[in-house]
Design a protein around this ligand. Structure first.
Ligand SMILES: [Zn+2]
Length: 148
């Protein structure tokens, strides 16, 4: 076959720094695509993230407990989004409390499930903005020497 497919990492095209990188990461997070190559299909189903990208072979969990930060995002946004919508509905509509309860209690239950895949893609976005992973051997060795 062709030689391009032999090296999946060559398909990674994330800009190295600055706004182009942040913008690419944001677009990929919100459309649930691979942060490194922008390919679709990184989830097995709505909720389950694959271990590696089927297109560029990027490994999504960069270390043990990597997605704990994603759970934090999930907790915050699962509470925050219904709360903001509730305040808006309260201010701008004349819906009764019963109507508000019928809308917002199920929403609060369903929201963590709907948001779950996004907490993973957005966590990868935040992590790759804070800590770009294109580290060379030399940089890693330098880092270890400084720790001594
Ligand atoms: Zn990829």
């Amino acid at each position: 076959m062709n030689t391009a497919s032999a090296e999946p990492a060559a398909k990674r095209n994330l800009p190295p720094k600055g706004w182009p990188r942040t913008w690419a990461l944001f677009r990929r997070a919100i459309s649930r695509r691979c942060p490194q190559c922008g390919a679709k299909g990184i989830f097995k189903n709505y909720l389950e993230l694959r271990v590696t990208c089927p297109t560029c072979a990027y490994r999504f969990d960069r270390e043990e407990g990597y997605f704990l930060g994603g759970y934090g995002l999930g907790v915050v946004f699962s509470a925050l989004i219904p709360l903001i919508l509730l305040v808006l509905a309260f201010v701008y509509t004349d819906w009764s409390w019963i109507t508000l309860e019928l809308i917002f209690i199920p929403m609060t239950i369903i929201m963590p499930l709907i948001l779950f895949p996004y907490t993973r893609t957005f966590w990868m976005m935040i992590d790759l903005i804070i800590d770009p992973n294109e580290k060379t051997e030399g940089q890693l060795r330098h880092h270890h020497l400084q720790e001594r």
